[in-house]
Design a protein around this ligand. Structure first.
Ligand code: 5AD
Ligand code: SF4
Length: 437
């Protein structure tokens, strides 16, 4: 199984793996060994989507060698393409959409019995979706994702998510709290509450608490030491939520706050629902309650009609905020979104040059921010042994950077003091400030 895209797919893949295990399929890292291969796909940009076809192509020789191999595609490309995927890819057996994970075992059984090829991409009603919400699973991890909402109603003009994940739905707060209590009892120390737009949690449900109130409840649970959440929408980040960063110690000092563009004109065309001044006001308020907060973002370059002036506004916003990191993307027209109808007539070259300028600016900003850590002693929650193997541990700082350092595995799950020695590309190298181990 291979997973592409966002945390939603990561959580879905965990569930898929559990369901497949129950019907007798165990994980293998070697595709040659597999009786079933599955791609959990992402369609956020054209490139992500093309990868799926590339990957599927690579399974063709395998299927020719092994007639009984079952080839499955799930996730957002499956949702969008449905039947067309089966038509385009003759060696594909199963296509299942974002609301149809639960159908997979039954579909696999049918394919095993040579009953044909199958696709399920129906959107479900709210009540059924609530019953099928991802639930707690056993695992010995120190950090876990907890899904608190799914789908999105914002319809940003460039975005495929509302079309492939369906309408926004919030999970009942008592279920979320119960899950976190159970996770804490299992040894989980950090949770990340996830949803497409967590800030609007509960807004559409009569009598449900707000996201800020949910954070308070989760923070009261013994054993949970750190709380993160993603993704936040700037238009929905309330004063009440911002205040949580000052009031609730367990909330990590990092927020991912996608801005997409620094130009009001483009923000409006994107249907983002906020202006540049409003965004900057939210950032100033966050810094007022939590001065050392680090902010990361997403930015789209080359949205249809973006002028040089619009782009300069983006550069100046990036400069004004001082992001710790920014994920930058070239605009990619997605079928079915409203921006796909906009005239998009400036050259790929101009877009690429803008992209490179933004990247260079951000890389320098990032370098300066992370360089401040060298020599400091930071609290690191130890998550496990690093890939380098024995004696090497990794964990993260409050700012969500991975730190690698030497230590014994009985520290896993503990929060330790680590002196930062050096910055690598996306990680830091540290040295434990000694206790006994
Ligand atoms: N083209 C380019 N980037 C996109 N994103 C979403 N849709 C598109 C698109 N059509 C980016 C946004 C979002 C991130 C997850 O992906 O920046 O925040
Ligand atoms: Fe897409 Fe906008 Fe919803 Fe984010 S808030 S998932 S960018 S539509």
């Amino acid at each position: 199984m291979e997973t592409f895209g966002c945390q939603m797919n990561v959580v879905d893949s965990e569930r898929i793996a559990d369901m497949l295990t129950q019907i007798g399929y165990l994980p293998t890292a070697d595709a040659e060994q597999a009786d079933l291969v599955l791609l959990n796909t992402c369609s956020i940009r054209d490139k992500a989507e093309r990868k799926v076809y590339g990957h599927l192509g690579s399974f063709k020789p395998l299927k020719e060698k092994k007639r009984d191999l079952i080839v499955c595609v799930g996730g957002c490309v499956a949702q969008q393409e449905g039947e067309r995927l089966l038509e385009k890819v003759p060696h594909l057996d199963i296509v299942f959409g974002t609301h149809n994970l639960h159908k997979l075992p039954e579909m696999v059984r049918l394919v095993e019995q040579k009953k044909g090829r199958f696709q399920e991409t129906q959107f479900l009603d709210q009540e059924t979706r609530l019953q099928l919400f991802p639930q707690r699973r056993d695992s010995d991890a120190i950090t876990r994702f907890v899904t608190i909402m799914q789908g999105c109603d914002n319809f940003c003009s460039y975005c495929i998510v509302p079309h492939v994940r369906g309408r926004e739905i919030s999970r009942p707060s008592r279920e979320i709290v119960q899950e976190v209590i159970e996770l804490a009892a299992e040894g989980v120390r950090e949770i990340t509450l996830i949803g497409q737009n967590v800030n609007s949690y509960g807004n559409r449900v009569e009598g449900e608490i707000s996201f800020a109130q949910l954070l308070e409840l989760v923070a009261d649970i013994d054993g949970i030491e750190r709380i993160r959440f993603t993704t936040s929408h700037p238009k929905d980040i309330s004063d009440e939520l911002i205040a949580c960063f000052g009031r609730i110690e367990k909330i990590c000092h990092h927020i991912h706050l996608p801005v997409q563009s620094g130009s009001d004109r483009i923000l409006q065309q994107m249907n983002r629902g906020y202006t540049r001044p409003l965004y900057l006001d939210r950032v100033a308020k966050l810094r007022a309650v939590c001065p050392d907060i680090r902010i990361t973002t997403d930015i789209i370059v080359g949205f249809p009609g973006e002028t040089e002036d619009d782009f300069i506004e983006t550069l100046s916003l990036v400069e004004a905020v001082g992001y710790a990191d920014a994920f930058t993307f070239l605009y990619s027209a997605r079928p079915g979104t409203s921006a796909a109808d906009l005239k998009d007539d400036f050259s790929a070259d101009v877009k690429q040059r803008r992209f490179d300028r933004l990247l260079a600016l951000q890389q320098e900003n990032s370098r300066q921010i992370w360089a401040q850590d060298v020599g400091s002693v930071l609290s690191v929650l130890v998550e496990g042994e690093s890939r380098q193997g024995s004696g090497q541990l990794y964990g993260r700082t409050t700012w969500n950077r991975v730190v690698n350092f030497t230590g014994s595995d009985n520290l896993i799950g503990e929060t330790v003091s680590v002196k930062i020695i050096k910055n690598n590309r996306n990680t830091q190298l540290g040295e434990r400030v000694s206790k006994n181990n």
